[in-house]
Write a protein that binds this ligand. Sequence first.
Ligand SMILES: [Zn+2]
Length: 325
Amino acid sequence: MRVRAKLWRIKNSKAVCHLCYNLCQIEAGEAGFCGARYFDGRELVTKNYGVISAIENRPMEIKPFYHFYPGSYALTFSTFSCNLDCPWCQNWHLSKEREFRGQYVGPEELVAMAVAKKSHGLCASFNEPTILFEYLLDVFSLAKKKGLHTSMVSNGYMTPAALKELSGVLDAINIDVKGDEEIYKLISRRENLKGVWRNVKLCLDLGIHVEVIHLVVSGLNDSMEKFEGILRGMERYAQSYVPLHINRYFPAYRYVHPPTSVEFLYKAREKAKEMLEFVYVGNVGGHENTYCPECGRLLIERRGVVKVYMEGNRCKCGKEVYGRF
Ligand SMILES: [Zn+2]
């Protein structure tokens, strides 16, 4: 469904979109980099409001959220397209699609589905949810009224203005930091790595629960030198308690390099643990447990059933653990 977009203005008879860091300047009759935001000459409209490509009830651990209501389920939904263009995209069948031919599901209908399926929350994932900005505001606002939690799995490339508006209705975000400036030059219209890191910090300041994902792509960023860049970002913009997920890549879309070396992933985890409390390796089969960074006790067990061994958000030793439990 087409609706008037938020966050744009007219400049030199073009529409400048302020939803994400690409800051597309869109001529009349054209769409921005994401293909979803179209300037009709009078106003910027979104072509994908409520156009849904997939809906599935999924555990938070799969996304991955490890410190946000472990063991709970969120009705997870997506649309098509993306505001970045990664040649190794793991969800390319959705992200590279620029025709918005999905079923229309209104916000009320989607939230009613979550309630009917006894989901604990709603999560926007699979493709980049920023593209669904106007829809997310409506869906998440309704979800909050029903007592459901709200989350998104994102590349964090939205503008701070977009993030601030979302923060009124968004409980948790996973931000995928891709690597260094060179990578963002390759995949975006306008490189802004620093902006992604600043958004990590902004989420913490706004009280949004945040976990960081980093996909280690073979032949691209699978060196300890590049990985240390991620750790410097965590040190500067996040806190030592923010969970870091180091994820394994598999060949997809235009990228044919072999899957990431598991040995490298574990080496990276050891390095990260020198400064971060919670570091997880993902996409290697199964899920990792959470242990207390102070005393080493098992806090959250993820073997089939998720079990939380904490009192509130504290370990038996008294250590406070970041997250919502
Ligand atoms: Zn402890």
